[in-house]
Design a protein around this ligand. Structure first.
Ligand SMILES: Nc1nc2c(c(=O)[nH]1)N[C@H]1C(S)=C(S)[C@@H](COP(=O)(O)OP(=O)(O)OC[C@H]3O[C@@H](n4cnc5c(=O)[nH]c(N)nc54)[C@H](O)[C@@H]3O)O[C@H]1N2
Ligand SMILES: Nc1nc2c(c(=O)[nH]1)N[C@H]1C(S)=C(S)[C@@H](COP(=O)(O)OP(=O)(O)OC[C@H]3O[C@@H](n4cnc5c(=O)[nH]c(N)nc54)[C@H](O)[C@@H]3O)O[C@H]1N2
Ligand code: SF4
Ligand SMILES: [Mo]
Length: 857
């Protein structure tokens, strides 16, 4: 007890923590401390905003991965509002609620402000404030020890959606570690793999919806989320208004997109591929295909396509998916009739399954059958990335490490790192536990594994707590998150509104663009952008490593990255981007039908053609690479695939599958999901989804967003609810089971149980129950925990200007969804009982396949 008197308690006390002082940070302590506060405090004055005289700072949003252009409005050094940047070619200045609501993260009174080091047991919540010097020195010492011991691979960097790829790969390359871990297999690797395996060119499609007449959506909830959510939502609206485009959505749930479509169809989970194949069957049977496109550009002839599609009848698809044969036939005909101004596309609903890789390939193939690839109104794609603008790693460039480990490159999933370093993130904690790799230093950044990982609060937390498996964990975060709680050192980060970086995505106007993220306001307290942390640690490493970090700061790094960007009439591209936020290269041709482009004779010197007409060039490493396709006296660019054609059938996929003992002929067949075969009548499929006002685990601390959505009961169909005598508001116990098939731990055994409230609705498939991501936080402060109460008496949030040290009265008094005040609380997180379930060959987490039962409690 005596010891405790010297320990400050509660997140509210962070702001007054002196160097060397110790603080106890657990949600219970924080709540107790805030509730004990009896001292009345007056509401702080609300600053008057003079909208006529605000400073405007353009930058790039990162409250989700759509990365829209924004303009921060600043008064007296404080961010008072966020607007869209009208120059953004994708959004034309529109923002979503998250983009606007993000303002509350910069003024959140519970932001982390100082570096902290763990002084109690891991996960106990006892922290001591330390200086950045101590933090940098500790990190450098530990990392250097691993380099010196010849084990740089024992240093791992694990990131969520950071958009700091160049910075992170530089750091890891400099120290010689290949262990760059990410979230991609939790997110999009089947989709990316499907695009690479068919069109070879991109990780994301760019549907030309505004020019389209038929928009066929398999499992994308783009009116709420999606990597190009605003871009697509506004263009679909234009397509419907201007061309009378029809929007048909397949989703197991009446999402906001499904509800705003002309037709909503709810298939049994994981059957989208089969439905698409049946549509292809109908198109070929009725002769509605584009024979010329198939002849010129598909790597299989009509006879081979007919043979492949023959067994996939609409009747079979109806038996498996529940979608009526007549609907499949009608939609297929309507889609083909609208082509080439017709587009079929996907997102996680079709790809986050055991069979998702083939589902997505089957949908893309529909576009090829009707010749809508690359056409106005059709299925489009364009190269993204910054390399096309001349953005380079500043010299000297560290070489990539030659070593590999099972952690970032598990041999069981041979396509996980084939086209892109997608990794198989969901197996990381399992492999550490199994001793498949050894770590010493684990750096985590914008990652909320306990909340967002499958078996998050179960396995991930168990491994994060185990000091033999993870001897040292440094976590960069903006709030005291559940991830930070299990760290040994906390590195308080600048939010994306307070830091630098280059970014871009595909442009729906089909021309490349480049965008800058810059600090709209300086970070509070002693927060330092993680990119700067890496530079500062790098400088303290040995001379072999330190020479790669000779930048004054991250801004200087980004400035150097921009040195080769040429903007006509502009002396300095970096200064231009600071002023305008982004630049669209309008001199570049638009990216329609890029496969048809001729390769100039001047580029053909030293190339050779083979008998299939493929043109090869030997690159600098002495390797022959296919660059185009000869047709008559022209050489055309074709697709970035081995055949330079659209690959309906992919030989490399067949080879990769064979390597891991899976029979696969390279065609996107329908693969029934093993754990869904002969499903007993009482078993349901648990799916999850995203909200329009939340992003994964990162938005719950943003009060403006959590006020809109803070509760997420389990959706259950009314017929199913009747069988269980359930009504909205009742509680159920959900029991989940491990998967079967070619995956990790395919035992079919029970995994776990959790209680949750239900909401009864017609808007979901009768065999599916659904719960949203993003809620149920146990940490991260009052807004995300859903607990109101005063902060302890202290000067409070250290505002950048130092004048407005203020408590947030909403969190102190107005947080009306606090259970203690009769509200519904802050929702549920069911990831603890969603099994780790990598899909075969690619390793994508099969999020939407979980078999479960529900029981009224
Ligand atoms: N508001 C918001 N926007 C976001 C994000 C966010 O968290 N919030 N996150 C960003 C990121 S990282 C991503 S990956 C994207 C994700 O964007 P989306 O993929 O569009 O969103 P999800 O909710 O993951 O999944 C989409 C839908 O799949 C449905 N579904 C489940 N199983 C099936 C099935 O078998 N067939 C079909 N047809 N549908 C099924 C779910 O009901 C859900 O509505 O959004 C990005 N944008
Ligand atoms: N049940 C379920 N689980 C899912 C999904 C789902 O649909 N359902 N979606 C999956 C998908 S698509 C993805 S992409 C993953 C994403 O999962 P993660 O990669 O874990 O991403 P986030 O949840 O965005 O990570 C948020 C963490 O970053 C911290 N953070 C926020 N801003 C900053 C910042 O500026 N700096 C730093 N250093 N930290 C910050 C937050 O406090 C939080 O701890 O989740 C997956 N998990
Ligand atoms: S969709 Fe919303 S949250 Fe995502 S980047 Fe755009 S404005 Fe930001
Ligand atoms: Mo994602």
């Amino acid at each position: 007890m005596k010891r405790r008197q010297f320990i400050k308690q509660g997140i509210g006390a962070l702001a007054t923590l002196a160097l060397g002082e110790v603080i106890l940070l657990t949600p219970d302590e924080a709540a107790a401390a805030t509730r004990r506060m009896s001292e009345p405090a007056a509401p702080p004055p609300v600053p008057v905003v003079d909208y006529r005289n605000l400073k405007q700072v353009p930058s790039t949003c990162l409250n989700c991965s759509t990365v829209c252009g924004i303009v921060g409005l600043v008064q007296n050094g404080e961010l008072v509002a966020i607007e869209g940047n009208p120059a953004d070619p994708n959004t034309h200045g529109t923002l979503c609620a998250k983009g606007v609501g993000a303002i509350s993260i910069n003024t959140y009174p519970e932001r982390l402000l100082y570096p902290l080091k763990r002084v109690g047991k891991r996960g106990e919540g006892l922290w001591q404030r330390i200086s950045w010097d101590e933090a940098y020195a500790t990190l450098a010492r530990r990392i250097q020890a691993n380099i010196d011991a010849g084990h740089p691979e024992r240093v791992a960097l694990h990131q969520g959606r950071s958009r700091l790829g160049a910075e992170f790969s530089r750091f890891l390359n400099a120290i010689g570690s290949p262990v760059s871990l990410n979230h991609r297999a939790l997110c999009s690797s089947n989709k990316r793999a499907a695009n690479y395996a068919t069109i070879g060119d991109t990780d994301w499609e760019t549907p030309n919806a505004d020019k389209s007449r038929y928009i066929l959506n398999f499992g994308s909830n783009f009116m709420e989320c999606h990597q190009g959510s605003i871009h697509l939502a506004r263009r679909v609206a234009q397509g419907r208004a201007n061309n009378g485009a029809k929007l048909v959505t397949f989703d197991v749930r009446l999402s906001n997109t499904a509800g705003r479509s002309d037709e909503w169809h709810a298939p049994f989970p994981g059957t989208d591929g089969l439905i698409a194949l049946a549509m292809g069957h109908v198109i070929l049977e009725a002769g509605l295909h584009d024979a010329a496109f198939i002849n010129d550009w598909v790597n299989a002839d009509l006879a081979a396509l007919r043979a492949f599609y023959a067994p996939y009848t609409p009747e079979w698809a109806e038996r498996e998916s529940g979608i009526k044969t007549a609907d499949i036939r009608r939609i297929a005909r309507e889609f083909a009739a609208a082509a080439p101004a017709a587009v079929a596309f996907t997102n996680r609903g079709s790809q986050a399954h055991y069979n998702g890789f083939n589902n997505d390939r089957a949908v893309i193939l529909l576009n090829a059958l009707v010749g809508s690839i690359g056409q106005e109104g059709g299925y489009n794609y364009m190269k993204t990335g910054l390399g096309g603008f001349g953005v380079k790693q500043p010299e000297p460039v560290p070489p990539s490490p030659k070593i590999r480990t099972d952690l970032e490159d598990p041999p069981e999933w041979p396509l996980a790192n084939r086209w892109q370093k997608m990794r198989v993130g969901e197996i990381v904690y399992d492999y550490l536990k199994a001793g498949r790799a050894k770590l010493d230093v684990y750096l985590s950044y914008t990652l909320a594994a306990p909340l967002t990982w499958p078996e998050g609060r179960s396995l991930a937390v168990e491994v994060l707590c185990d000091e033999t498996l993870i001897p040292f964990h440094a976590c960069s975060d903006v709030v005291y998150s559940e991830m930070a709680h299990y760290a040994d050192m906390i590195l308080p980060d600048a939010s994306y509104l307070e830091r630098w970086g280059l970014d871009n995505r595909d442009n729906y106007e089909m021309r490349p663009y480049i965008a800058l993220r810059q600090p709209i306001t300086p970070p509070p307290g002693e927060c330092v952008s993680f990119a700067d942390v890496l530079i500062n640690v790098g400088k303290r490493l040995g001379p072999e490593q330190a020479r790669y970090f000779q930048f004054a700061n991250h801004e200087e790094f980004v400035r150097q990255q921009c040195e080769n960007i040429r903007i006509p009439g502009v002396a300095n591209a970096f200064d231009y981007l600071k002023e305008h936020g982004l630049w669209v290269d309008t001199a570049k041709p638009t990216a329609w039908r890029t496969y048809e482009r001729n390769i100039a004779d001047s580029e053909l010197a030293g190339t050779r053609s083979d008998e299939a007409g493929i043109v090869w060039r030997t690159n600098a490493q002495g390797k022959a690479v296919a660059i185009g396709l000869r047709s008559g006296d022209r050489v055309r660019r074709g697709f970035d695939t081995p055949s330079r054609k659209f690959e309906a059938c992919n030989a490399e996929v067949a080879k990769a599958a064979a390597k891991v003992g899976i029979a696969d002929d390279g065609w996107p067949h329908y693969v029934p999901i093993p754990s869904h075969l002969n499903l007993p009548a009482d078993r349901l499929i648990l799916t999850t989804f995203k909200w329009n006002v939340h992003t994964q685990a990162r938005t719950a601390p943003q009060k403006l967003l959590s006020e809109i959505v803070h509760d997420n009961p389990l959706w259950i169909n009314s017929a199913t609810a009747r069988r269980h005598a359930l009504k909205s508001g009742d509680w159920v116990e959900v029991t989940t089971y491990r998967p079967k098939g070619h995956t990790l731990h395919p035992t079919g055994e029970m995994l776990g149980r959790q209680r949750v409230r239900v909401v009864v609705t017609e808007g979901i498939h009768p065999r599916v129950v659904a719960i949203s991501a993003s809620l149920g936080h146990g940490f991260s402060g009052r807004a995300s925990e859903g607990r109101k109460g005063r902060r302890r008496a202290n000067p409070g949030f250290a505002s950048p200007t130092g004048n407005a040290a203020r408590e947030d009265w909403d969190l102190a008094e107005n947080l009306w969804w606090d259970k203690a005040s009769g509200g519904r609380g802050n929702g549920f997180n069911l990831n603890a009982i969603i099994p780790i379930h990598p899909s075969p060959v690619t390793g994508m987490q099969s999020w939407f396949d979980t078999v479960c039962t529900v029981k009224k409690v």
